[in-house]
Ligand binder design. Structure first.
Ligand code: BGC
Length: 748
């Protein structure tokens, strides 16, 4: 071990030699360090800035950057975000280590959301794979790449549950279900953090955004959240609780207010629930300037009182508000806060730095050789392809139009997204080079016994492509349509690649209309007039309203934004070299007016259709979504049978059943188990996912599956977040989607 921090070296030696176990050593090391720190040095550890850099290194060019520069040198900064690359990170770290009194290393954060340079499918797409092992591997690969470029902290996973397809950030989450969301959160955390954070190829993760950011009113980003305690405890918090239990190193709070209090200033969330009830020992970073934003919320009078509320509420690190560095010392002098509250925050931050191995070697993540070897290599691209194939969801396949024959066909490939090498990288693409994805057109080249001709059709965007950060969608210029239609008419099949550009979803990208943007649906209707053999490939970062396509087209494939290997994954599915196995982690609405539409809703007092108009429904729309949670087709079929349920003791059950591949291809099935608590002292959803398993089946293979459910699964959380289990009756449903299952009932 190379130790380049002399103070740390002496401290570590002292504590190693006394023979205490690792936790004890760490505790003593940190306490000792804290005892040497001035109050300003402590406050400095709570301060985080975004990078400033020029080609020669961390040189300030603007006034605000020179302040940051001097502060790093004086030990008044704890972390920097958005610096990447071994050379850059090393230079920044050197500033702190070689100039500050106590030589406390910085931690380097970045949004490594679905890959660093090798890009995997966007999180909602990966979630559609329901393959926890692959999801973990994808995060592990992202961690390795990022760590090889100097990063040791990612602001991921985003574990926000959302029921609103208008919200652009659904692309970054795991969809609408708390159980699936919790499992995916843990898989991602394990992937990023590995077994040991000190391993220089693992990085600290961050469960965000605490809490309820996905419940913004009308799906408008940063908007007000007003939800009841039942939704908070049973829907929003489980994925965060699972993250805390999985030892996620950090949490990030959120921009939204919740029930009248900005999350960043919420003592209830951060202290009472996270740090006290769940006994969480990591630290909480604010979201970008969310401390300062408490002024705009109308919660804090000024930045100083925002700093006071945030620190009291338990927000440990200030990202980009400069509230702590400017005001905590005054607040200490004025006795508005005690040093204990600061010590607690510092301790949490130093503890993560210790766990990352930064006190032993502040340059642990700065190794140029690895940067070359570990990033964007063949192994990583192969993994990205595997997960991309499993993330694709086949929504419709009338008369088995797919998979396509491999020879003798004339195929028209239409739509600008078919040649787009950038959009598939999606939003939050870290350091992916522009245009580094394989396009659908490139992916199809391999299948060269068919004739594939391409026409773009009408443009998706006008020039300039971006206005104020938003894509300038083309709603008027139909040029390009005629030649595309001519080609469609002359072809046997039409593969149309439509949907959202990679930057049409993500932060700040809420949409009030969720149909195919621009002229795309109109274009689709025109194609349909000349050739009905249309295979629609939908690139998207959110569920879209595909009602027209769902009613009229024979085949719909949701490819989301699949990352680096997009085109190869899509073409392998279209030709059947890979059998689709993804299922929706979020319902696809029939229209925007149905939102929120989600599978685990409550029953009303008037749920069933009746002859009068007085039942819970729309007069102009069905109640159910177009494609429900858990739904997705395969090129083979599965039969569920022999459902058997037995009680184990007084609060657990064993559920046993068979699943058989009755089609003529090998395939993977995502086997889902739902429960319904028929009556209880709090109303429960009409269905709740409680277990799932993704299994491979040979042709004709039948497997026996057993799930055990216990009181945690059969109970629910009351308004204090405590588990309640009541005797009663439960429907147990097993099947291939939330709307397709066999069922039996059990009584306690
Ligand atoms: C986002 C966070 C992100 C942070 C740092 C914020 O705008 O809400 O999710 O981690 O920026 O980039």
């Amino acid at each position: 071990m190379r130790i380049s921090n002399p103070i740390a070296f002496i401290l570590i030696l002292t504590f190693c030699s006394c023979g205490k176990d690792e936790t004890d050593q760490k505790e003593r090391f940190i306490n000792d360090l804290i005892s040497k720190m001035t109050s300003m040095e402590k406050i400095g550890q709570l301060n985080q800035y975004s990078s400033f850099f020029d080609v020669t290194g961390p040189k300030p060019t603007r006034m605000e950057d020179s302040i940051k520069y001097e502060q790093i040198k004086s030990g008044l900064v704890g972390s920097v975000l958005n610096v990447t690359g071994v050379r850059e990170v090393k230079a920044m770290q050197k500033l702190a280590i070689e100039n500050s009194r106590l030589k406390i290393p910085l931690i380097f954060g970045l949004d490594v959301i679905h890959g660093f340079k090798t890009i995997c499918p966007i999180p909602i797409a990966e979630s559609a794979s329901w393959n926890l092992d692959l999801i973990e591997k994808s995060a592990r690969m992202a961690a390795k790449e990022a760590a090889s470029a100097g990063i040791n902290w990612t602001f991921a996973p985003m574990v926000d549950i959302s029921r609103d397809a208008r919200w652009g950030r659904v692309m970054e989450g795991a969809g609408e279900d708390p159980y699936l969301g919790s499992k995916i959160a843990v898989a991602r955390i394990n992937g990023f953090q590995g077994q040991d954070l000190k391993d220089s190829l693992t990085i600290a993760a961050c469960a965000k955004h605490f809490a309820a950011y996905g419940f913004a009113e009308s799906g408008k980003d940063y908007n007000t959240v007003d939800i009841g305690l039942q939704t908070l405890h049973n829907i929003v918090l489980p994925s965060f609780k699972a993250s805390a239990k999985a030892n996620v190193a950090t949490f990030m709070n959120s921009f939204n207010e919740i029930n009248g209090i900005p999350a960043t200033g919420s003592k209830f969330l951060q202290r009472s629930i996270l740090k006290e009830k769940w006994n969480y020992k990591g630290f909480i970073v604010s979201d970008w300037s969310s401390i300062e934003e408490m002024v705009a919320h109308g919660y804090s009078k000024d930045l100083k009182s925002a700093a006071l509320s945030a620190i009291k509420a338990g927000s440990d690190m200030d990202m980009m508000s400069s509230a702590y560095i400017n005001y905590l010392n005054n607040l200490l002098d004025e006795k508005k806060i005690s040093i204990d509250i600061i010590d607690d925050a510092v301790k949490r931050i130093l503890s993560v730095k210790y766990d990352l191995g930064l006190f032993s070697n502040p340059y642990l993540y700065c190794n140029d050789v690895r940067e070359e070897e570990n990033i964007f290599n063949d192994r990583n691209r192969a993994l990205s392809l595997d997960i991309a194939q499993e993330s694709i969801v086949l929504l419709k396949n009338d008369a088995n139009i797919l998979p396509l024959k491999k020879s003798g066909l004339k195929i028209a490939l239409l739509g600008g997204l078919a040649i787009d090498k950038d959009s598939p990288l999606g939003n939050w693409r870290a350091k992916a080079p522009k245009n580094s994805a394989i396009s659908v057109k490139e992916g199809l080249i391999k299948y060269n016994n068919n004739t594939v001709k391409f026409q773009k059709g009408p443009k998706l965007f006008k020039n300039p492509t971006f206005i104020d950060g938003h894509l300038n969608v083309n709603n008027t210029d139909t040029s390009g349509t005629y030649s595309a239609l001519k080609l469609a008419e002359e072809s046997d099949y039409v593969i149309t690649v439509l949907g959202e550009h990679g930057f049409q979803s993500g932060e700040g990208r809420s949409r009030s209309k969720i149909k195919l943007p621009g002229l795309q649906e109109q274009f689709l209707k025109e194609i349909y007039k000349v050739n009905k053999n249309i295979i629609l490939v939908v690139m998207t970062g959110r569920p879209l309203d595909l009602s027209w396509a769902g009613k009229n087209l024979p085949a719909i494939v949701v490819s989301w934004h699949l990352g680096t290997m997009s085109g190869e994954a899509i073409s392998s599915i279209l030709y059947g070299d890979s059998n689709p196995s993804g299922k929706l982690p979020m319902s696809f609405p029939r229209s925007v007016g149905q939102i929120p539409v989600y599978y685990n809703h409550k029953s009303t007092g008037r749920p069933a259709p009746s002859e009068s108009v007085f039942w819970s429904h729309f007069s102009d729309e069905k109640n159910d979504p177009l494609y429900p949670f858990g739904y997705g087709l395969s090129y083979t079929d599965f039969l569920y049978s022999k459902l058997n349920i037995n009680k184990i003791g007084t609060k657990s059950i064993e559920v046993n059943f068979n699943v058989k591949n009755i089609g003529n291809r090998i395939g993977k099935e995502i086997i889902q188990l739902y429960i319904k608590d028929l009556y209880s002292s709090y109303t429960r959803p009409i269905k709740e996912l409680k277990r799932f398993k993704k299994l491979s089946f040979k042709i004709n293979e039948e497997k026996n599956v057993t799930f055990i459910l216990n009181k945690d699964d059969l109970g629910w959380l009351n308004d204090f977040g405590d588990l309640i289990f009541e005797n009663g009756e439960f429907d147990i449903m097993v099947g291939g989607s939330s709307q397709d299952y066999i069922k039996s009932t059990i009584k306690f």
